[in-house]
Design a protein around this ligand. Structure first.
Ligand code: ADP
Ligand code: ASP
Ligand code: MG
Length: 467
């Protein structure tokens, strides 16, 4: 019998009722396949009020020496309500509540300790975040038991051995084997796994970042391999990957399939489709990934397969996305003309301060690039000013058009810029990736929505505007 790795996002397990919907999906799958379930921490539709955010907030308040109760109380209320709603057997309900109470008591004492230490190390931050996924995995395992489906809670909070010192590709390879080992279903039980894994050297947020549960499911799938895993499914609150964020472009359509590179580019440029590290691992292991909607389980979803395998005609453009909160940074050196090594000096200094750069554009006298995190750049500023005059322009957005088919199409960039021009959107920087599957430009943040719709209309709506 084949095996499916099913990852459920925060919204999918966001309430007790939703946990039951998820249990329905698992039960239906179990008729044909075995299942490993991987879960995110509970979250509403607003991520800011999700458990992970509340935990991080509580941590920040604690280190400031301020009262951390408000976010903790919100979190406690949501989880208590979920336990009541999700479970029918009173004994099971009491058992889960007792477990949760002791976890919460521990969490409070941990936050009190942070109030004294006044320092939130990456490790403490990990310990805090881990609680969210522990709660949701424990509860989902209980919901399955409530229906007499044998399930085991698998806690990956301390799966990383102490001797691991550094996050390298080899680290993830070793981890993948370990996860496969710990998560493989034993007998007929459904392992319900915390999407959080730790303790990662330097912290999970730095090594992987938010949205890490996709990556956990990917590590498990890749570790077990194609021979064992038929498919990795990512269950979300949307029908699949759309031609644009459906919340922002109402005319967006679900794509039946996309390539792994397209999926990575979309995520990188602001569409929360899948964590960007996910694809590489799963695709290398030749496990297909399918995005499905928890609230419309019969929909086909979107499958991520190398182009060609999907058997779909090449489209010119697959999707468009916009990422706000971008800052342009321009450094001009009067000595840049023929000044060998100017660029390498700039990038050396950026690397010293861990500045991550998105788009780059150069001329003979200046170098412009964009960043989405200002903090590191601010720290690097004095060192950069030694090299030339620096201008910082905040409040920008990157608009990116993505599609494997663009490699073969002429005039795509021209049409993109024309559509933006007609919508009165001014373009400040342009970049086309060497792979030609992405054309991006920088525009003003307040133009992002208009720009997104204009490009979507020109390329992804049928018939194209005005034609
Ligand atoms: P979860 O972690 O609960 O699975 P996410 O926080 O990853 O969910 O959110 C998915 C969100 O990503 C959706 O609400 C959707 O609006 C947004 N989104 C942005 N761009 C796209 C896209 N191109 N296709 C599908 N969803 C997108
Ligand atoms: N709960 C975590 C977050 O909000 C991880 C995840 O959802 O994948 O980022
Ligand atoms: Mg997510």
């Amino acid at each position: 019998m084949g095996l499916i790795v099913q990852k459920f996002g925060g919204t999918s397990v966001g309430t007790g009722e939703r946990m039951r919907t998820v249990a329905d999906i698992i039960q239906r799958t179990l008729k044909k396949k075995r299942v490993i379930a991987v879960v995110s921490a509970m979250s509403g539709t607003v991520k800011a009020e999700g458990t992970t955010n509340l935990l991080l907030q509580a941590g920040e308040l604690a280190v400031q020496g301020v009262d951390f109760e408000p976010p903790l109380a919100t979190l406690e209320r949501a989880h208590r309500a979920a336990v009541g709603e999700a479970l029918t057997q009173p004994a099971l309900r009491a058992e889960v509540q007792t477990w949760m109470d002791s976890e919460l008591a521990w969490l409070r004492s941990f936050l009190e300790a942070l109030q004294v230490i006044r320092e939130l190390s990456p490790r403490s931050q990990d310990i805090l975040m881990a609680t969210g996924e522990r709660f949701s995995a424990y509860l989902l395992a209980a919901v399955l038991s409530d229906r007499s489906v044998p399930a085991t809670f698998v806690d990956l909070t301390s799966v990383v051995p102490e001797e691991e010192r550094e996050v390298t590709p080899a680290f993830f390879r070793r981890l993948q084997e370990r996860l496969a080992d710990q998560c493989a279903p034993k007998d007929h039980e459904v392992p319900v796994v915390t999407g959080f894994f730790g303790m990662v050297p330097g912290g999970l947020l730095k090594a992987v970042g938010r949205g890490y549960t996709d990556f956990t499911a990917a590590l498990i799938s890749a570790g077990l391999g194609r021979k064992k895993v038929d498919e990795m499914q990512v269950w979300k609150e949307v029908d699949g990957v759309y031609t644009a964020d459906p919340r922002r472009v109402p005319t967006a359509r679900v794509l039946p399939s996309i390539s792994p590179t397209e999926a990575s580019e979309l995520t990188y440029f602001g569409s929360e489709v899948l964590h960007p590290f996910t694809m590489e691992r799963v695709v290398a292991a030749e496990v297909p990934i399918r995005i499905k909607n928890t609230f419309n389980p019969d929909g086909p979803g979107t499958v991520i397969l190398p182009r060609g395998k999907a058997g779909e005609a090449l489209q010119r453009v697959t999707a468009v996305t916009a990422k706000k909160g971008i800052t342009i940074f321009t450094i001009t050196s009067n000595r840049m003309y023929n000044a060998y090594g100017f660029m390498s000096r700039v990038f050396e200094r950026l690397a010293e301060y861990n500045v991550v750069v998105d788009l780059i554009s150069t001329s003979e006298v200046s170098l412009s690039f964009t960043v989405d995190r200002r903090e590191e750049l601010e720290r690097a500023m004095p060192r950069l000013r030694e090299l030339g005059e620096v201008v910082v322009t905040p409040g920008r957005a990157i608009l990116a058009m993505v599609g494997e088919g663009m490699k073969f199409a002429k005039g795509t960039a021209g049409r993109m810029f024309t559509s933006l021009g007609e919508a009165q959107v001014n373009i400040e920087m342009i970049s086309q990736g060497a792979s030609e599957i992405n054309i991006s430009c920088v525009i003003k943040e307040e133009d992002a929505e208009v720009g997104l719709k204009a490009v979507h209309r020109a390329f992804l709506e049928d018939p194209p505007a005005g034609k």
